[in-house]
Design a protein around this ligand. Structure first.
Ligand code: NAD
Ligand code: WQD
Length: 336
């Protein structure tokens, strides 16, 4: 007996595909809606190979209210919705701010109206630690102030959090959970699904694995003169499967109203520590060289994720080494 249909926008993407798999494992029927702007139809087959049954899919742009209505007509009712669909490249958002505003904020507005029109009672939203900017303390909880966004992308996450909160004030039947992800990495241990950056990766782990695979030049470490123990920046890298499971916990256990949770491991790792952990986990050397700082980088940030544990009963279970080993297994699978 299914626990019900869950609308998963952006469900063909990196985090959405892993979440759809965990939804099936938890007894739900995910309905993936994606316009394939940053993903590939093959992912659906790969998800089906993991879960052992086809995953419902609609190639629909979430900014298209009419097309989205069609999905509600054919696949509804929904017990909840998880909204991953967005553009996510920080640098590109500086070049194309209008596209980011229209897509990220527009899709959220269209979805909110559809959810309310159809009486859906729960929305889970993909937010980001980027809303905190350069924080006052390195370990941040959800009460840390929201700072002026560093990029149009970061602004769209802040604006969507506000929009969802305002929508709840006007339409309290729709409860919402804002999940602020730290740095999602890794891949499904089956190596069927993972992160598929188009072109040159901006993020550390896909660049690192492509460098190890010989597809790129050596990794440049962006700055080793920061005020951290080894001079490199510190982040909270979370295994994507742990992150995916948090969405199921949020659907099932988040309180009424609008709630917000940090999702991270609670531990910071420097760039040098990530390189060492990768080498330990895989036995592969990481070709790398020190380089200058990257503009706009936060020095050090990691999550206080204790609220998610207290209220959702969720915490991470996978180590950095496991995440890096899974990222490497996935890189090998896509290179083959
Ligand atoms: P992704 O690009 O792999 O997945 C996003 C998916 O949304 C893609 O499949 C894309 O085709 C789809 N999409 C984009 N616009 C759409 C639209 N208008 N209609 C339908 N589908 C659309 O990205 P991801 O890493 O899986 O990120 C998922 C969410 O999590 C995003 O909202 C992102 O901003 C957020 N997030 C990601 C990270 C990260 O580091 N990966 C960190 C914090 C927050
Ligand atoms: C991690 C660390 C780099 C590449 C970005 C977005 C943020 C969020 C997550 C969505 C940093 C260093 C990187 C390289 C390096 N996304 N690095 N060499 O900067 O924490 O955050 O992704 O919401 O909004 O800004 O992640 O993976 O780019 O960098 O040394 O080639 O790796 O300087 O310290 P970041 P990242």
């Amino acid at each position: 007996m299914s626990k019900g249909n869950v609308l998963v926008t952006g469900g063909a993407g990196f985090i959405g595909s892993h979440t759809a798999v965990e939804l099936v494992a938890a007894g739900y029927r995910p309905v993936v809606v994606d316009n394939l702007a940053n993903s590939n139809r093959d992912v659906l087959k790969r998800m089906a190979a993991i879960v052992g049954e086809p995953v419902a899919f609609h190639e629909v742009d979430c900014t298209d209210a009419e097309a989205l209505e069609g999905v509600f007509q054919t696949e509804g009712p929904f017990v909840g919705a998880i909204h991953f669909a967005a553009y996510k490249a920080v640098g590109e958002s500086v070049e194309r701010p209008t596209a980011y505003f229209l897509n990220n904020i527009g899709s959220t507005a269209v979805l909110l109206d559809a959810l309310t029109a159809h009486g859906v009672r729960r929305l889970v939203f993909s937010s980001s630690c980027t809303v905190y900017g350069e924080p006052e303390t390195t370990r941040v909880d959800e009460t840390a102030p929201i700072r002026t966004a560093e990029s149009p992308y970061g602004y769209t996450k802040q604006a969507c959090e506000r929009l969802i909160t305002d929508h709840h004030t006007a339409h309290p039947a729709l409860n919402a959970t804002l999940l602020r992800y730290f740095n999602p990495i890794g891949a499904h241990p089956s190596a069927q699904i993972g992160e598929l950056p188009i072109g040159r990766p901006n993020n550390l782990i896909p660049f690192l694995t492509q460098a190890v695979a010989g597809l790129r030049e050596p990794l440049t470490v962006f700055g080793d003169d920061y005020p951290t123990p080894d001079g490199t920046c510190i982040r909270d890298y979370i295994h994507v499967v742990d992150l995916a499971r948090a969405h199921v916990a949020a659907l099932e256990r988040a309180p009424e109203g609008v709630s917000v949770y940090n999702l991270g491991t609670g531990n910071g790792a420097s760039v040098k520590e990530v390189i060492d952990a990768f080498e330990r986990a895989t036995g592969k050397a990481v070709p790398h060289a020190m380089g200058p700082r990257r503009a706009g980088d936060v020095v050090a940030i990691y999550a206080d994720a204790s609220k998610a544990w207290r209220e959702l009963g969720w915490k991470t279970e996978r180590s950095l080494e496991e995440a890096l080993a899974d990222a490497w297994r996935w890189q090998e699978a896509v290179t083959r």
